[in-house]
Design a protein around this ligand. Structure first.
Ligand SMILES: [Zn+2]
Length: 402
């Protein structure tokens, strides 16, 4: 069974207007800094300001490229764009990074000799552009988080790092104008050039990784994996592949569900998963979820009990109830009759009974780690009522805590 659905079908407009304003503000701030630095660099004949202006130009181009690609994705043309076309974005980024590196060297080598009189204006202009730069960085990070866009958050962090770099350059210029030592002028140029080279390296590295189909952000795979396993309808995640192309990600996942599900029920689980993935991860353009019936057989849920309520302790509960998750029939009722080595005994029961899921009201770090090691999912129930908890488990209303 194969489920393909594009993001467009799950579009929601919440917070979209806000994000738009943030992005317009970011671009305006960057453009403002760019103009101020280039114009004052030309008037004051200061290569440092020109280099710093050039740097903002590169950063502005990167931010715009990310936003334009996203704009295309959101638009009506999106369906015509294939995975391969997004890869063009990486090829262009790669070429840009090389051009940027050469340009930085070129400007540095041909840098104007400092004026005899060293104007203090250069330093003040450089330092005063740091305030809008810091604001732009913060706004970018916020917009990226609102949109669930890792690439924009990353870009915001870069801008924020540029504030510190710009501060170094500004202090160099200040010392130059106060102490009249050309050395400080060249130190400023050095800092500005190195920052541009680092930027070129970052762009180049990211695009090569993407062109080679390597995971650009390995943590995204982990987070998507957790997101899929958080759904109690999913029995196991057999495979997850994410492929990066420019700022977007295409994914494919194979999940197994219990064999007794009807096609409609399995379809609902796939739907639910896609919706939650699109909501949480802004950069995922498309994810195909393949569903396979489980061949493992039964998925087994263990519930620790004291009397007729769910125990607050896991390994020290009085007895354990074991349910077949396919039909919620009771498979076993195991007395917990040991007086020591509770943890070890509990693990042995889990292994012997091939438990796949545990429900608890509270859990110690040790037990949690051991269950995790066995690949057992732990679900937190707020209620001590057995029937209510089973119902919540069925409805995917319990919280997954590992
Ligand atoms: Zn930068």
């Amino acid at each position: 069974m194969l489920e393909i659905r594009n993001k467009d079908e799950y579009k929601d407009s919440h917070g979209k207007a806000n994000v738009k304003h943030l992005i317009v503000a970011v671009l305006a701030l960057q453009l403002f800094i760019l103009i101020i630095r280039i114009i004052s660099g030309l008037i004051l004949k200061n290569s440092v300001l020109l280099l710093e202006g050039f740097h903002v130009f590169i950063d502005l181009s990167i931010t715009s490229a990310v936003l334009i690609t996203l704009r295309v994705i959101e638009g009506n043309y999106a369906k015509k764009f294939s995975y391969g076309l997004y890869k063009l974005d990486d090829l262009v980024s790669f070429m840009i990074s090389i051009i940027v590196a050469f340009s930085a060297f070129d400007i540095a080598i041909n840098s104007m000799a400092p004026e005899n009189y060293s104007s203090i204006y250069s330093a003040w202009i450089q330092l005063s552009t740091l305030i809008p730069l810091a604001i732009a960085g913060i706004l970018k990070i916020n917009a990226g988080r609102l949109m669930g866009l890792g690439s924009l958050v990353e870009d915001g962090r870069h801008t924020y790092a540029d504030v510190y770099e710009g501060l170094g350059v500004g202090v160099g210029l200040l010392l130059f104008s106060v102490l009249h030592q050309a050395l400080f002028y060249y130190i400023s140029i050095g800092i500005a050039v190195i920052a541009i080279l680092i930027t070129a390296y970052q762009i180049g590295k990211g695009s090569i990784v993407s062109l080679l189909d390597l995971p650009k952000d390995p943590s995204l795979s982990e987070r998507v994996k957790d997101g899929i396993l958080k759904d109690s309808g999913v029995e196991a995640l057999k495979d997850l592949r994410l492929r990066w192309a420019g700022p977007v990600v295409f994914g494919e996942a194979i999940i197994t569900v219990k064999p007794s599900l009807t096609i409609i029920e399995a379809h609902e689980i796939a739907d639910r998963l896609e919706r939650s993935i699109y909501e949480k991860f802004g950069e995922i353009r498309n994810i195909s979820i393949h569903i396979e019936p489980s061949v493992r057989g039964t998925r087994k849920l263990l519930i620790p009990m004291d009397g007729n309520i769910i125990s607050k302790k896991v390994s020290r509960a009085r007895y354990f109830l074991i349910y077949n998750i396919n039909d919620y029939s009771l498979l076993g009722n195991i007395e917990n009759n040991v007086s020591s080595n509770f943890g070890k005994n509990f693990m042995e029961i889990c292994k012997r009974m091939e438990i796949t899921d545990v429900v608890c009201r509270d859990i110690g770090e040790n037990t949690k780690a051991m269950l995790k090691g066995l690949g057992i999912r732990i679900w937190l129930s707020k209620s001590d009522n057995l029937e209510e908890t089973l119902r919540n488990f069925k409805d995917n209303a319990l919280e997954l805590i590992n």
